[in-house]
Design a protein. Structure first.
Length: 581
């Protein structure tokens, strides 16, 4: 079979078949590359005046003058065969792939057709080659796979259609690292050679081969490139608890850093004490009889050498922080998903409880800090997932409920001080706006609420376009909170107006934290960003393989950052000023 390029129609090939006789010699790599360049230019490169529709950047903040879409190239069988052949000619220049078995990995969805084409071309060339598909988000059922395919400990080539910021490449690298597969090389069709992309390959020491550069098409990233990160993030270690459940992509247990130890619960019902320096396990505690798939979602709190938390077996625990030995254990209900708070002046531990009964299925309870016995209980109609915040100015505990309201009760007795209705549940703890005398919370009705902490009188509410499942952060005169509508909201507390909405491209459930004078949070795509609270600009960003739905923690000066994922992992990074590490 002969494949002839028809110069009268860009990107079109005539296919002819001959039986016997002299065959036309195969095209050289140079001529094949030239032809593919013409195909990309005619089919894949789209300019603003040609598209007929607005072209917007991924962050939704910039209108693009041009973009490159390689799908028309990959979804034409002949083009795919030719680009695969040219890729293999380049792959074979790398020593790791010149002989022996190898595997090719690519992230959905852009890399999948190219991956298939490369596997077919590799088989035609007699190579022992297999493929791996890396998911953007982990499968939420079955085995919860992030990587599909048979993983083998052999030279691995990472592929993609385009290399720009390096975000997808880094997420792929970290996903492969989870299964102990290092990347031997990377191959892309089009390399933007952007600032971020060049930094990524230098930091990770990964060589990149590309078929084309932007310059081949008279293009460059120009001023459209986002500013370079102010900080670099160097991986130190990764901890992963077994038995993580991918079915719940939502906030679970926030890790707690106390001195040099990280405390966290897991879906398996195991509570861990982890050495913050190297990720080794100091001790572990099994909460037995927990509900399937949940285990320990209660975020721990620390007081006077003891760690407190609840579990989905209905028990509340006080453990010795140094050894994990049980100080006390109280079986109080069927499930505990709420997180405790300690109120030392009342020798009190307060958290939500859940019961399997027709009425009064939940409560907010005050426990004796020394023994764990109930001192008071404020009953609720349905399960109580929400947790409280202690308002020392008025000696009250303020919490949201699944009864679709927010309440304040007296810390000493549990008696109601005020109740404010919402349209849906409040799942995460409120936050105090101390200098204003306010309290704020986010609701599943999509609103960010602000009330007077003393009376419950509503100050303001701000409607987002999806559920809110987080705790706001207060920095100066600003409130920071994410939403399921894929935006991160900044509210001016002086004017009570939305100052800005940062497009994040994925749901933001992670509670933001102030770390080294930067607001830091993650999203459900695994993006982690730091935001300047004054300029409201993103100053640094990086990525981890799974959704970040829980709050990050850091050491005192912010030089070490610990990023949890919903898959019961913790990634430790060294955070250094750009150019100094």
């Amino acid at each position: 079979m002969h494949v002839l390029y028809d110069t009268t129609v860009p990107g079109f090939y005539k296919i002819t078949t001959s039986f016997g006789g002299a065959e036309t010699p195969p095209a050289s790599t140079t001529s094949l590359r030239d032809r593919l360049r013409g195909v990309i230019e005619s089919l894949c490169l789209v300019h603003k005046d040609q598209s007929g529709t607005a072209m917007v950047s991924r962050a939704g903040q910039n209108v693009l003058n041009w973009l490159v879409d390689c799908r028309p190239l990959f979804l034409n069988p002949q083009h795919l065969q030719d680009v695969s052949a040219l890729c293999w000619d380049n792959i074979l220049q790398h020593p790791a792939f010149q002989k022996g078995p190898c595997q090719i990995a690519g992230m959905e969805t852009a890399a999948i057709p190219l991956l298939v084409g490369l596997l077919a071309e590799g088989q035609r060339r007699g190579r022992d080659v297999t493929g791996l598909i890396i998911r953007k988000e982990r499968k939420d059922h079955g085995r919860g796979n992030l990587i599909e395919g048979q993983v083998r400990p052999i030279p691995t080539l990472l592929i993609d259609d385009i290399l720009n910021s390096g975000e997808s490449a880094e997420k792929s690298r970290m996903a492969l690292a989870q299964v102990d597969v290092p990347i031997s090389h990377m191959l892309v069709v089009l390399d933007f050679k952007s600032i971020h992309g060049m930094n990524w390959r230098k930091q990770r020491n990964i060589a990149v081969t590309s078929l084309f550069h932007l310059a081949d098409f008279g293009l460059n990233t120009g001023g459209a490139a986002s500013p370079a990160n102010t900080h670099d993030y160097h991986p130190l270690w990764r901890f992963r608890a077994p038995g993580a459940d991918a079915g719940y992509l939502n906030p679970k247990c926030n890790p707690l850093l106390v001195n040099d130890t990280i405390y966290t619960g897991s879906d398996s019902g195991i509570f861990w004490a982890i050495n913050a320096h190297d990720g080794t396990i100091k001790w572990q505690f099994q909460a037995r009889g927990t509900a399937a798939r949940k285990g320990i979602w209660s975020s721990p709190c620390y007081h006077d050498g003891k760690i407190y938390f609840g579990a989905y077996n209905g028990n509340v625990y006080a453990l010795d922080a140094a050894t994990g030995a049980v100080v006390w254990e109280q079986a109080l209900c069927e499930w505990v998903g709420s997180s405790p708070i300690v109120i030392p002046q009342h020798n009190l531990l307060c958290l939500g409880l859940e019961y399997e009964r027709p009425q009064n299925q939940g409560s907010m309870a005050g426990l004796d800090l020394t023994t764990g016995e109930k001192r008071w209980e404020h009953w609720l109609r349905v399960f109580q997932h929400g947790s409280g915040v202690y308002d020392d100015a008025h000696d009250t505990i303020i919490f949201g409920t699944n009864d679709h309201d927010c309440r304040a009760v007296k810390a000493a007795t549990g008696d109601v001080v005020w109740t404010q209705e919402t349209r849906r549940s409040i799942k995460y703890p409120p936050a105090l706006v101390r200098h204003k005398g306010w309290v704020t919370a986010t609701s599943f009705d999509g609103n960010i609420y602000i009330w007077q902490a003393k009376t419950g009188e509503k100050v303001a509410q701000f409607q987002t376009d999806n559920i809110c499942y987080t705790t706001p952060l207060i920095v100066g005169n600003k409130l920071f909170a994410g939403s399921g509508d894929r935006k991160f909201y900044v509210i001016d507390l002086d004017t009570l107006k939305v100052a800005t909405m940062v497009e994040m491209g994925a749901r933001v459930f992670c509670p933001p934290r102030l770390i080294d004078e930067k607001v830091m949070f993650g999203n459900c795509r695994g993006n982690v960003v730091e935001l300047d609270p004054d300029t409201l600009k993103i100053t640094s960003r990086f990525v981890v393989p799974d959704a970040v739905t829980n709050a990050m923690v850091a050491n005192a000066d912010g030089s070490r950052l610990y990023v949890p994922t919903y898959m019961n992992e913790i990634y430790a990074f060294e955070r250094v000023i750009k150019g100094q590490g």
